[in-house]
Design a protein around this ligand. Sequence first.
Ligand code: AR6
Length: 169
Amino acid sequence: MTTITLVQGDITRQTADAIVNAANSSLLGGGGVDGAIHRRGGPAILEECRKLRASHYGKGLPTGKAVATTAGELDARWVIHTVGPVFSQSEDRSDLLASCYRESLRVADELGARTVAFPAVSTGVYRWPMDDAARIAVETVRTAQTSVEEITFVLFDEQAYDAFDRQLH
Ligand code: AR6
């Protein structure tokens, strides 16, 4: 049984075995959650990201995939970096957004993580409408086959929290 909980706040302050980052395919950092994770987690995360790029992802981590690094100074063992899709009006990319959650949980299972914290992937810079992103996120983790015991969505503001709360209850 996996429990799903919601928290409003900053994911870099969360305690979990694994914290998920809404990264971009370069794995070299950016704004939003990505910037916050690298700032608070320190340089060890970027160092491992660079090595992963060199060894496995010369063309970048594909959208919908996930990969783990150290969590540096965060209160977690790992950061799982996933690349959300940019929202499109003309193309349905929901499967790619669902894949971010499924692939992150698959990586979490491989690591043996029992608790995983997710941000609302793709809802910032990548402009996915919050209600739809919340529906996809909640549906996907609810139906995922995973050994993770506790999934926490860490939502930055009240609007995001309420959107996830409506999907969950
Ligand atoms: N804790 C929790 N949620 C946060 C935090 C935080 N510290 N900061 C922002 N959010 P975004 P994306 C929320 O833009 O849309 C980066 O530049 C934010 O309010 O971080 O997947 C990457 O490098 C929003 O609801 O990720 C990529 O280039 C959600 O997290 C690109 O942005 C996601 O917003 C990825 O865009």
